[in-house]
Write a protein that binds this ligand. Structure first.
Ligand SMILES: N[C@@H](CCC(=O)N[C@@H](CS)C(=O)NCC(=O)O)C(=O)O
Length: 80
């Protein structure tokens, strides 16, 4: 399942989550949310996979990306 790494207060994360909601996507069904707050295991995964500590971050199998606009475009293409 798609993993979406976020922190609770990040406005770019909130933007992605709102877009996902508008697309009718549901956590647990279409994607899994992973907390990437500083010091968390999710944060380590983001850094180890993408090379930097920035959220939102998406992992879908071998695909991974930063950038909220890219993530929203990816979700749209994935669930069109
Ligand atoms: N252009 C990026 C900006 C993402 C961004 O600035 N995220 C902040 C949190 S809101 C971040 O991860 N900063 C680095 C950090 O928290 O260590 C996007 O649209 O996703």
């Amino acid at each position: 399942m798609i993993e979406l790494y976020v922190t609770p207060t990040c406005p770019f994360c909130i933007k992605v989550l709102k877009a996902a909601e508008q697309m009718g996507l549901a956590e647990g069904e279409h994607y899994q949310l992973v907390d990437a707050s500083p010091g968390s295991q999710g944060r380590l995964t983001v850094r180890n996979t993408g090379g930097k500590e920035m959220v939102p971050f998406l992992i879908d199998g071998t695909v991974s990306m930063y950038e909220s606009d890219d993530i929203i475009a990816y979700l749209k293409s994935r669930f069109r």
